[in-house]
Write a protein that binds this ligand. Structure first.
Ligand code: HEM
Length: 250
């Protein structure tokens, strides 16, 4: 991910027009797969100053994918009248200065916690009539592989992407499996039951992030597995965080 900051100093009296232009332009940003998210902020001390922050999936995605793609012309048509008001427009990359928040991986208990969860889960799968046929040929180390995947997504070591083939490999394992909605629900239900049994943290903040990821991931698994599906395989590994609520640390 790469962050772009565009700092504007909008002439007096044009603030509302500028904000409206971006409201219209935002539809084209939202439609562009290269743009991960964006926001506009207005300076409290000097209201003519605005910062637009855009997160791009990569520099190439921004400069080639978006700039040369179909969403740039209608986006730019909305905001071009304010180009002269730009004071800075540059890309920034994150600098690791540590975080006061533990990752979801640390909060859950690290590699051991995810291995315990998925080992217990996949031990139960052969007894599940809806799930057993799907997993009949699973690798003896399947539980460890899924634990590595989820651990990495939650901020743990990059073992799945460096040793197991990352997103591409995970997608390939679901291709053609034709997972049904009933199977998806059983998978997620059984995993949540197992999470309680193995003592995964049950605080509301952790569980809301955990369930959000599982809802997203299982629905994508169904999508990837549809007959004839051709999902994008060159995506980076997803990274999941706390979302709108922070861990309660007393
Ligand atoms: C958040 C949800 C999910 C995650 C994170 C996930 C993750 C993974 C990963 C990482 C693999 C490949 C493991 C390896 O490297 O060998 C895999 C394989 C597989 N997954 Fe999923 N999966 C999810 C949901 C589902 C669901 C809902 C189903 C079906 C109900 C499913 C069925 C399978 C099957 C059948 C395989 C191949 C097993 C084998 O034969 O090796 N997955 N999954």
């Amino acid at each position: 991910m790469l962050t772009e900051y565009i700092r504007y100093r909008i002439p007096a009296g044009q603030g509302a027009e500028f904000e409206d232009a971006y409201r219209r332009a935002s539809a084209h940003l939202a439609a562009a797969p290269e743009c991960h998210d964006f926001e506009m902020t207005r300076c409290v001390d000097e209201p003519q100053c605005y910062v637009v922050r855009l997160t791009w999936t990569s520099a190439d995605a921004h400069l080639t994918g978006f700039r040369k793609g179909p969403h740039f012309p209608p986006f730019f048509a909305e905001v071009r009248g304010f180009v002269d008001a730009i004071e800075e427009m540059r890309h920034y990359e994150p600098v690791d200065i540590g975080s006061p928040l533990p990752s979801l991986y640390e909060w859950a208990g690290g590699a051991e916690a995810f291995e315990k969860l998925f080992t217990a889960f996949y031990r139960k799968v052969p007894a599940e009539d809806l799930l057993a046929p799907l997993f009949a040929g699973m690798d003896a180390e399947h539980a460890q592989h899924v634990a590595q995947w989820v651990g990495e997504v939650f901020g743990g070591p990059k073992d799945y992407s460096t040793r197991r083939g990352g997103h591409r490999h995970m997608v390939s394992k679901h291709l053609g499996k034709a997972i049904t909605e009933q199977q998806r629900r059983r998978w997620i239900g059984l995993l949540l039951e197992t999470a309680d049994e193995v003592g995964l943290p049950s605080d509301p903040e952790f569980r809301s992030a955990f369930v959000a990821y599982l809802e997203w991931g299982t629905r994508l698994a169904v999508f990837f597995s549809r007959p004839g599906a051709r999902p994008a395989v060159d995506e980076p590994m997803p990274v999941w965080g706390w979302g709108s609520v922070r861990p309660w640390q007393g």
